[in-house]
Design a protein around this ligand. Structure first.
Ligand SMILES: C[S@@+](CC[C@H](N)C(=O)[O-])C[C@H]1O[C@@H](n2cnc3c(N)ncnc32)[C@H](O)[C@@H]1O
Length: 267
């Protein structure tokens, strides 16, 4: 039985992100098969109001991929912003140190539910694709609010339940492969607004239009088996899933819907 409730089990999340392999594998599926060629990271990066001297904190940075955009655009480096990348996993912190510490960006080990800074410290706080892993979401968001300046902005991206997840669940249902429908995924595009409004006065949702057109279904299956919520999925079902998804191809492509976006919140 797949325990979707475990999406926000801290020990399991640390295990999942103890090194960068799973994350890299999942990113490569998006890079290879996404219809929207802007790319989600680049789209998000273009939303941030960067200005000279801004103090920026990113929580749950993972491999820090967002910041590859930063080094591609010379003008950003002239802004002399004070940027801190962080994560609660040692594996990610090692990776971030290796890739960013000597490039003018700071790296700190931080758990979003216990942010080691005083009030009113940052102009911009970013938490991408990570809040759904956090069990005590109210505590996490109150910590973000505490360290955000009164005129600062909090940007957080997540997925929606009508995209890739619903598509996969429908397939598992049709094949009679059991999994836990009772999801307590703590932060999605559907419930994010309500959760943020408990802490912030201004909240706006922005959507990123996209889908996957997958030609090699084995890539999709590796992605599925790497997901934190699918760790209970029986490897023995691999061939059944392969046959099923191959039979769903139209003109050589498996069309998988995506629902991704972000919220922008302020005091
Ligand atoms: C799906 S990855 C997203 C990485 C990156 N933000 C991105 O968009 O590519 C989620 C990251 O959040 C981190 N994470 C999970 N729970 C956390 C917590 N409570 N505090 C800080 N980081 C956390 C994980 O270690 C992992 O690196």
């Amino acid at each position: 039985m797949i325990d979707v409730a475990n999406m926000s089990n801290k020990t399991m999340i640390r295990e999942q992100y103890k090194n960068t392999d799973h994350l890299k594998l999942r990113k490569s599926l998006h890079e290879k098969y996404s219809v929207n060629r802007t790319g989600f990271q680049r789209w998000m990066f273009d939303q941030y109001p960067f200005r000279a001297g801004r103090k920026i904190l990113e929580l749950g940075s993972g491999r820090g991929e967002l910041w590859n955009n930063y080094f591609e655009i010379d003008t950003f480096q002239n802004l002399k912003m004070d940027i801190i990348l962080s994560d609660f996993s040692d594996g990610m912190i090692e990776h971030l140190h290796r890739n960013f510490s000597d490039r003018g960006i700071s790296v700190r080990k931080i758990d979003i539910t216990d942010i080691p800074f005083g009030e009113n410290a940052f102009d911009l706080i970013i938490a991408n694709s990570m809040l759904y892993h956090v069990k005590d979401i109210d505590l996490a968001l109150s910590e973000v609010r505490r360290v955000l300046k009164k005129d600062g902005l909090f940007f957080c991206s997540t997925f929606g339940t009508n995209g890739m997840m619903r598509y996969l669940y429908r397939a598992l249902d049709e094949l009679g492969i059991p999994y836990d429908h009772e999801s307590n995924i703590s932060f999605t595009l559907q419930n994010g607004m309500q959760l943020l409004e408990k802490q912030f006065n201004r909240v706006e949702r922005r959507d990123y239009e996209d889908a996957l057109e997958i030609t090699d279904v084995e890539d999709y299956l590796e992605y599925i088996y790497s997901m934190a919520s699918m760790q209970g999925l029986d490897r023995g079902k691999y061939d059944i899933l392969l046959k099923y998804f191959n039979s769903r191809k139209i003109n050589g492509c498996l069309h998988v819907p995506k629902e991704y976006g972000m919220f922008v919140a302020g005091w």
